[in-house]
Design a protein around this ligand. Structure first.
Ligand code: S3P
Length: 170
């Protein structure tokens, strides 16, 4: 039996890791958080990697990891929010799984990322809400290609159930 991977993407602060971890537990899959794997491998936090090695190096590490994960099955993968902007990553991930995109409003995103100050180098600007809106509109055409699941106001268990229902072929 093949166990197609389930990939959760979407903007920073849309709940990919929290929801992914719950979903994996529910269906008996292994949970992978791409940012976390990269941090472990490099031995630095994401902000440190951006500051010391640059975003380009971070994107290279993401792409390298994606190629490895695309050879495996039975995974729930929470991606970093920018990972699917590289079309090669999308092709590799879609070969062994289905990609869902979690969504939330810019205000909710700001509220959630503000709970972990300094954790999102791309948002460390004077006006993070403006940056969120700009980045979201740049990324929207890509995010829209995937099945959308809103994480706005819904409770976590509802979202996990919705994802599970989406996995049942009709
Ligand atoms: C990024 C999202 C972050 C992390 C890095 C870049 C992005 O992950 O990969 O800071 O480009 O959107 P989360 O989406 O888990 O915050």
């Amino acid at each position: 039996m093949t166990r197609q991977n389930i990939i959760l993407t979407g903007f920073m602060g849309t709940g990919k890791s929290t929801i992914g971890r719950l979903l994996a537990k529910e269906i008996g899959y292994t949970f992978i958080d791409t940012d976390h794997v990269i941090e472990e491998r490099v031995g630095k936090s994401i902000p440190q990697i951006f500051a010391e090695d640059g975003e380009e190096e971070f994107r290279r590490l993401e792409a390298e990891l994606v190629q490895e994960l695309a050879d495996q099955q039975g995974l729930v993968i929470a991606t970093g929010g920018g990972l699917v902007m590289n079309p090669e990553n999308v092709v590799a991930l879609e070969k062994t799984g289905k990609i869902f995109c979690l969504t939330a409003t810019p205000e909710e995103i700001l509220e959630r990322v503000s709970r972990q100050p300094g954790s999102r180098p791309l948002l460390s600007e004077r006006n993070p809400l403006l940056k969120i809106t700009q980045l979201l509109s740049e990324r929207e055409p890509t995010y829209k290609k995937f099945q959308q699941i809103t994480s706005s106001r819904a409770c976590l268990n509802e979202i996990v159930k919705k994802l599970q229902r989406s996995l049942i072929p009709n």
